[in-house]
Write a protein that binds this ligand. Structure first.
Ligand SMILES: [Zn+2]
Length: 293
Protein backbone atom coordinates (compact mmCIF):
# COMPACT_ATOMS: atom_id res chain seq x y z
CA UNK A 1 0.00 0.00 0.00
CA UNK A 2 2.78 2.37 0.99
CA UNK A 3 4.68 1.66 -2.22
CA UNK A 4 1.50 2.30 -4.23
CA UNK A 5 1.01 5.57 -2.44
CA UNK A 6 4.62 6.50 -3.10
CA UNK A 7 4.19 5.61 -6.75
CA UNK A 8 1.07 7.77 -6.96
CA UNK A 9 2.97 10.59 -5.27
CA UNK A 10 5.88 10.20 -7.68
CA UNK A 11 3.52 10.17 -10.66
CA UNK A 12 1.76 13.29 -9.44
CA UNK A 13 5.04 15.10 -8.94
CA UNK A 14 6.51 14.15 -12.28
CA UNK A 15 3.33 15.34 -13.98
CA UNK A 16 3.90 18.87 -12.80
CA UNK A 17 7.59 19.37 -12.06
CA UNK A 18 10.89 18.30 -13.44
CA UNK A 19 12.27 17.47 -10.02
CA UNK A 20 10.57 15.49 -7.27
CA UNK A 21 8.71 17.99 -5.13
CA UNK A 22 10.19 18.54 -1.69
CA UNK A 23 13.67 17.66 -2.90
CA UNK A 24 15.83 19.92 -0.79
CA UNK A 25 19.21 21.39 -1.55
CA UNK A 26 20.84 24.77 -1.22
CA UNK A 27 23.42 26.75 -3.13
CA UNK A 28 25.41 27.34 0.10
CA UNK A 29 27.63 24.33 -0.62
CA UNK A 30 27.06 22.65 -4.00
CA UNK A 31 30.18 20.51 -3.42
CA UNK A 32 28.24 18.63 -0.76
CA UNK A 33 25.34 17.69 -3.08
CA UNK A 34 27.19 14.48 -3.97
CA UNK A 35 26.86 13.23 -0.40
CA UNK A 36 23.08 12.96 -0.73
CA UNK A 37 22.95 12.64 -4.55
CA UNK A 38 25.87 10.50 -5.75
CA UNK A 39 25.33 11.39 -9.43
CA UNK A 40 26.37 14.97 -8.60
CA UNK A 41 29.88 13.54 -8.17
CA UNK A 42 29.69 11.44 -11.34
CA UNK A 43 30.41 11.91 -15.02
CA UNK A 44 28.83 14.05 -17.74
CA UNK A 45 28.05 16.91 -15.37
CA UNK A 46 26.80 20.40 -16.24
CA UNK A 47 27.27 23.34 -16.51
CA UNK A 48 30.53 23.68 -18.44
CA UNK A 49 32.53 26.43 -20.09
CA UNK A 50 31.80 26.74 -23.83
CA UNK A 51 34.11 28.40 -26.28
CA UNK A 52 34.15 28.88 -29.99
CA UNK A 53 37.80 27.87 -30.26
CA UNK A 54 37.47 24.59 -28.40
CA UNK A 55 34.09 23.47 -29.79
CA UNK A 56 33.91 21.22 -32.83
CA UNK A 57 32.29 23.15 -35.72
CA UNK A 58 29.77 20.85 -37.30
CA UNK A 59 26.92 21.00 -39.80
CA UNK A 60 24.27 19.93 -37.32
CA UNK A 61 20.68 20.16 -38.54
CA UNK A 62 18.80 23.23 -37.26
CA UNK A 63 16.62 22.86 -34.20
CA UNK A 64 12.93 22.53 -35.00
CA UNK A 65 10.60 24.35 -32.60
CA UNK A 66 7.27 22.54 -32.91
CA UNK A 67 4.18 24.54 -31.88
CA UNK A 68 6.44 27.12 -30.22
CA UNK A 69 4.41 29.91 -31.80
CA UNK A 70 0.92 28.66 -30.86
CA UNK A 71 -0.54 30.47 -27.82
CA UNK A 72 -1.01 28.39 -24.69
CA UNK A 73 -4.57 27.37 -23.87
CA UNK A 74 -4.29 28.62 -20.30
CA UNK A 75 -2.56 31.35 -18.35
CA UNK A 76 0.80 30.47 -16.84
CA UNK A 77 1.28 29.94 -13.14
CA UNK A 78 4.79 31.12 -12.26
CA UNK A 79 6.02 29.90 -8.87
CA UNK A 80 8.85 30.44 -6.39
CA UNK A 81 9.67 26.83 -5.45
CA UNK A 82 12.41 27.73 -3.00
CA UNK A 83 15.37 27.27 -5.36
CA UNK A 84 14.18 28.94 -8.58
CA UNK A 85 11.24 30.55 -10.38
CA UNK A 86 9.49 27.98 -12.49
CA UNK A 87 6.38 27.40 -14.56
CA UNK A 88 4.93 24.31 -16.18
CA UNK A 89 4.45 24.54 -19.96
CA UNK A 90 0.72 24.13 -20.77
CA UNK A 91 -0.73 22.71 -23.99
CA UNK A 92 -1.47 25.15 -26.82
CA UNK A 93 -4.89 26.37 -28.01
CA UNK A 94 -4.84 23.54 -30.57
CA UNK A 95 -4.24 20.97 -27.83
CA UNK A 96 -0.62 20.43 -28.83
CA UNK A 97 2.47 20.30 -26.64
CA UNK A 98 5.35 22.47 -27.89
CA UNK A 99 8.25 20.18 -28.81
CA UNK A 100 11.86 20.29 -29.85
CA UNK A 101 13.78 18.13 -32.32
CA UNK A 102 16.79 18.54 -34.65
CA UNK A 103 20.25 19.62 -33.49
CA UNK A 104 21.80 16.73 -31.55
CA UNK A 105 18.36 15.25 -30.85
CA UNK A 106 17.41 11.93 -32.40
CA UNK A 107 13.85 12.01 -31.02
CA UNK A 108 10.99 14.37 -30.25
CA UNK A 109 11.14 16.17 -26.91
CA UNK A 110 8.05 17.80 -25.37
CA UNK A 111 8.46 21.07 -23.48
CA UNK A 112 7.73 20.53 -19.77
CA UNK A 113 8.88 23.48 -17.68
CA UNK A 114 10.86 26.72 -17.69
CA UNK A 115 13.07 28.09 -14.90
CA UNK A 116 15.98 30.51 -14.32
CA UNK A 117 19.40 30.74 -12.67
CA UNK A 118 20.78 34.08 -11.47
CA UNK A 119 23.47 35.73 -9.35
CA UNK A 120 23.34 38.76 -7.05
CA UNK A 121 24.39 42.40 -7.05
CA UNK A 122 27.94 41.11 -6.49
CA UNK A 123 28.13 38.15 -8.87
CA UNK A 124 26.96 37.26 -12.34
CA UNK A 125 24.77 34.19 -12.34
CA UNK A 126 24.66 32.29 -15.64
CA UNK A 127 25.54 28.61 -15.30
CA UNK A 128 27.29 28.10 -18.64
CA UNK A 129 30.22 30.31 -19.59
CA UNK A 130 30.58 31.54 -23.18
CA UNK A 131 34.11 32.24 -24.40
CA UNK A 132 35.37 32.56 -20.84
CA UNK A 133 32.65 34.93 -19.77
CA UNK A 134 29.89 34.44 -17.21
CA UNK A 135 26.66 36.29 -18.00
CA UNK A 136 23.97 37.71 -15.70
CA UNK A 137 21.09 35.27 -16.04
CA UNK A 138 20.30 31.92 -17.67
CA UNK A 139 16.91 30.53 -18.69
CA UNK A 140 16.30 26.79 -19.11
CA UNK A 141 13.45 25.33 -21.15
CA UNK A 142 13.27 21.68 -20.12
CA UNK A 143 11.93 19.07 -22.56
CA UNK A 144 11.34 15.33 -22.09
CA UNK A 145 11.91 12.64 -24.71
CA UNK A 146 8.44 11.42 -25.78
CA UNK A 147 9.75 7.84 -25.70
CA UNK A 148 9.67 7.97 -21.89
CA UNK A 149 6.54 8.03 -19.77
CA UNK A 150 7.71 9.90 -16.71
CA UNK A 151 10.38 12.36 -15.64
CA UNK A 152 11.84 9.69 -13.40
CA UNK A 153 12.20 7.28 -16.32
CA UNK A 154 13.71 10.06 -18.47
CA UNK A 155 16.24 10.98 -15.79
CA UNK A 156 17.58 7.43 -15.97
CA UNK A 157 18.41 7.62 -19.70
CA UNK A 158 21.30 9.49 -21.33
CA UNK A 159 18.87 10.92 -23.91
CA UNK A 160 15.95 11.43 -21.54
CA UNK A 161 15.83 15.24 -21.43
CA UNK A 162 16.69 18.15 -23.69
CA UNK A 163 17.35 21.57 -22.18
CA UNK A 164 17.51 24.78 -24.22
CA UNK A 165 19.60 27.44 -22.50
CA UNK A 166 19.41 31.19 -23.15
CA UNK A 167 21.92 33.54 -21.53
CA UNK A 168 21.16 37.19 -20.72
CA UNK A 169 23.40 40.21 -20.38
CA UNK A 170 22.32 43.17 -18.30
CA UNK A 171 22.01 46.43 -20.25
CA UNK A 172 21.72 49.85 -18.64
CA UNK A 173 18.54 51.19 -20.19
CA UNK A 174 15.05 52.08 -19.09
CA UNK A 175 13.78 51.02 -22.50
CA UNK A 176 11.85 47.75 -22.30
CA UNK A 177 13.10 45.34 -24.96
CA UNK A 178 10.50 43.93 -27.32
CA UNK A 179 10.45 40.50 -25.70
CA UNK A 180 6.76 40.23 -24.78
CA UNK A 181 6.91 36.77 -23.17
CA UNK A 182 10.01 37.49 -21.14
CA UNK A 183 8.68 40.85 -19.99
CA UNK A 184 5.58 39.10 -18.58
CA UNK A 185 7.75 36.62 -16.67
CA UNK A 186 10.12 39.31 -15.36
CA UNK A 187 7.08 41.38 -14.38
CA UNK A 188 5.82 38.44 -12.29
CA UNK A 189 8.88 38.42 -10.06
CA UNK A 190 7.72 41.21 -7.75
CA UNK A 191 4.80 38.95 -6.75
CA UNK A 192 7.02 35.94 -6.04
CA UNK A 193 9.15 37.10 -3.12
CA UNK A 194 7.98 34.43 -0.69
CA UNK A 195 8.67 30.71 -0.96
CA UNK A 196 5.77 28.85 -2.58
CA UNK A 197 4.10 32.01 -3.83
CA UNK A 198 2.81 31.95 -7.36
CA UNK A 199 1.52 34.51 -9.85
CA UNK A 200 -0.43 34.33 -13.08
CA UNK A 201 0.57 36.92 -15.69
CA UNK A 202 -2.63 38.10 -17.41
CA UNK A 203 -1.50 37.31 -20.97
CA UNK A 204 -1.75 34.30 -23.24
CA UNK A 205 1.85 33.66 -24.23
CA UNK A 206 3.68 31.37 -26.61
CA UNK A 207 6.81 29.44 -25.72
CA UNK A 208 8.56 31.05 -28.70
CA UNK A 209 7.96 34.52 -27.22
CA UNK A 210 10.50 33.62 -24.51
CA UNK A 211 13.22 33.48 -27.16
CA UNK A 212 12.73 37.06 -28.36
CA UNK A 213 14.50 37.64 -31.68
CA UNK A 214 17.30 35.26 -30.81
CA UNK A 215 19.27 33.69 -33.68
CA UNK A 216 17.92 30.17 -33.24
CA UNK A 217 20.38 28.68 -35.73
CA UNK A 218 23.56 29.40 -33.78
CA UNK A 219 24.12 27.15 -30.77
CA UNK A 220 26.45 24.87 -28.80
CA UNK A 221 25.40 21.29 -28.09
CA UNK A 222 26.76 18.59 -25.77
CA UNK A 223 25.73 15.71 -23.51
CA UNK A 224 25.45 16.67 -19.84
CA UNK A 225 23.35 16.62 -16.71
CA UNK A 226 20.76 18.42 -14.65
CA UNK A 227 22.51 21.30 -12.86
CA UNK A 228 20.53 20.67 -9.66
CA UNK A 229 20.22 17.47 -7.59
CA UNK A 230 19.89 14.67 -8.45
CA UNK A 231 22.32 15.82 -11.25
CA UNK A 232 21.16 12.99 -13.54
CA UNK A 233 23.44 12.68 -16.62
CA UNK A 234 20.35 12.62 -18.82
CA UNK A 235 20.43 15.94 -20.65
CA UNK A 236 21.16 16.80 -24.28
CA UNK A 237 22.11 20.48 -23.93
CA UNK A 238 21.62 23.17 -26.58
CA UNK A 239 22.98 26.56 -25.48
CA UNK A 240 22.35 29.51 -27.81
CA UNK A 241 25.45 31.45 -28.82
CA UNK A 242 23.57 34.73 -28.95
CA UNK A 243 22.98 36.46 -25.62
CA UNK A 244 19.70 38.33 -25.02
CA UNK A 245 19.55 41.71 -23.24
CA UNK A 246 17.83 42.26 -19.90
CA UNK A 247 17.33 45.76 -18.51
CA UNK A 248 19.18 46.74 -15.32
CA UNK A 249 15.73 47.55 -13.94
CA UNK A 250 14.50 43.96 -14.46
CA UNK A 251 17.46 41.83 -13.36
CA UNK A 252 17.41 42.90 -9.65
CA UNK A 253 13.84 41.57 -9.38
CA UNK A 254 15.37 38.08 -9.19
CA UNK A 255 17.50 39.10 -6.22
CA UNK A 256 14.54 39.92 -3.95
CA UNK A 257 13.19 36.35 -3.97
CA UNK A 258 13.49 34.31 -0.77
CA UNK A 259 13.97 30.60 -0.12
CA UNK A 260 11.89 28.32 2.13
CA UNK A 261 13.76 29.58 5.18
CA UNK A 262 13.07 33.21 4.29
CA UNK A 263 16.66 33.90 3.28
CA UNK A 264 17.53 35.79 0.05
CA UNK A 265 17.63 33.37 -2.89
CA UNK A 266 20.89 34.45 -4.51
CA UNK A 267 23.62 32.93 -6.68
CA UNK A 268 21.43 30.05 -7.85
CA UNK A 269 24.04 28.64 -10.22
CA UNK A 270 26.10 25.48 -9.94
CA UNK A 271 29.91 25.77 -10.20
CA UNK A 272 31.53 24.79 -13.51
CA UNK A 273 32.06 21.07 -14.07
CA UNK A 274 34.89 19.38 -15.90
CA UNK A 275 34.42 18.77 -19.64
CA UNK A 276 36.67 15.67 -19.50
CA UNK A 277 36.65 13.75 -22.77
CA UNK A 278 33.31 15.07 -23.93
CA UNK A 279 32.75 16.49 -27.36
CA UNK A 280 31.19 19.95 -27.48
CA UNK A 281 29.75 20.95 -30.83
CA UNK A 282 29.07 24.35 -32.30
CA UNK A 283 26.56 24.90 -35.08
CA UNK A 284 26.79 28.15 -36.93
CA UNK A 285 23.81 29.87 -38.53
CA UNK A 286 23.19 28.26 -41.91
CA UNK A 287 24.23 31.34 -43.94
CA UNK A 288 27.50 31.58 -42.05
CA UNK A 289 28.09 27.88 -42.49
CA UNK A 290 27.66 28.10 -46.26
CA UNK A 291 29.86 31.17 -46.32
CA UNK A 292 32.62 29.38 -44.39
CA UNK A 293 32.59 26.53 -46.86
ZN1 LIG B 1 18.29 24.88 -14.76
Amino acid sequence: MLSRLLLLFATFCSATHLLPEGLRFSYDDPQSWRLSYPQCGGNYQSPISLSLHKAIPIGLPPLHFGHYDQPFDELLSVRNNGHTVEFRVPTTVLGERPFLTGGLLGDFYEARAVHFHWGSSQRKGSEHLLNGRRYDLEMHIVHRNTRYQSDEEARNQTDGLAVLAVLFKVVRTSYLFYQPGLNEIFGSLLHLGDFNSSYTPPAFLTLGSLLGNLDRGNFYAYMGSLTTPPCSPAVVWHVFAEVLPISHLELPKFWQLRDRRGRPLLNTFRPLQSVEARQVFHRRASEAYVWLK
